[in-house]
Design a protein around this ligand. Structure first.
Ligand SMILES: Cc1cc2nc3c(=O)[nH]c(=O)nc-3n(C[C@H](O)[C@H](O)[C@H](O)COP(=O)(O)O)c2cc1C
Length: 244
């Protein structure tokens, strides 16, 4: 057996530290924010206002009796019909494209209202429905919105996104110029409500607000596709196809 010289002891100590360091690091990564509930995964942490101190202390929480009962209605299709409907739905959604050239043709308000109502059927954290849809038709307001977005997008491309992101986007030939924000007859602005208000004006927690709003956006896109609401410029469609 080797005698335990000071040098050997030092080497053994360094080895032990080296072996346990990665494990320690991974433990540290998983450490939760103080006060955060254990079920909030870091990836899902979207600035939802979860601080107990800000919750409404004296407000009576909504009880089961306060919640309006909405009956569940369901149509059961034969297997063949289900397969046909799912195939048709897939084919329709598969035609959706993120277009950057939009016609100025008017869209009936009834259709716009219906697609927004469809988006509002989305599930949401604790049924908080943390979204606001704002319709903009006024050309001056649309233009002001375009200016704000283009200014921010230019900073994104030049500074915030970084080289890798900007390089990855090159194949899509996107940039910060968004002419279609002036051209489209209607803009739908979608806001997430990071918190709401109780009847007495206190802050109300909106759980998973960003995820809930994202699901609503997905349904909105599907509804726009099903109704074929987004009309492309003919010429633009051709140049977009060129881009593929
Ligand atoms: C979260 C998210 C962010 C996006 N950001 C932009 C964007 O800043 N500019 C843009 O032109 N397209 C943007 N897109 C559209 C994507 O580029 C597009 O979905 C992708 O290229 C696939 O094309 P498709 O939507 O036609 O299937 C974004 C899409 C998502 C889901």
């Amino acid at each position: 057996m080797l005698p335990l010289t000071p040098v050997l002891v030092a080497v053994v100590c360094i080895l032990i530290v080296w072996i346990f360091k990665p494990a320690d690091r991974s433990l540290r990564r998983k450490k939760r924010e103080p006060g955060a509930p254990p079920w909030v995964d870091e990836d899902l942490n979207d600035s939802t206002d979860l601080h107990q101190g800000q919750e409404d202390a004296d407000e009576r929480p909504e009880s089961e009796e306060d919640v309006e009962h909405i009956p569940f209605s369901h149509t059961r299709y034969p297997e063949k019909e289900m397969a046909k409907r799912s195939q048709e739905f897939y084919e329709l959604l598969n035609k959706r494209r993120s277009v950057r050239f939009i016609s100025n043709e008017q869209v009936p308000m009834e259709v716009i209202n219906n697609v927004i109502k469809a988006a509002g059927t989305a599930p949401s954290g604790a049924h908080t429905e943390p979204w606001t849809f704002v319709l903009v038709k006024d050309p001056d307001v649309k233009h002001k919105i375009r200016e704000i977005i283009e200014k921010e997008e230019e900073i994104n491309y030049m500074k915030r996104m970084g080289h890798r992101w900007v390089t990855d986007l090159k194949k899509l030939r996107t940039n910060w110029v968004k002419e279609y924000l002036d051209t489209a007859p209607v803009l739908i602005l979608i806001f997430k409500q990071v918190h709401g208000f109780t009847p007495s004006g206190r802050k109300k927690v909106h759980y998973y607000n960003e995820i809930s709003v994202s699901i609503a956006c997905g349904i909105l896109l599907a509804a726009l596709q099903v109704t074929q609401t987004i009309v492309l410029k003919e010429l633009a469609l051709a140049s977009f196809l060129n881009l593929q």
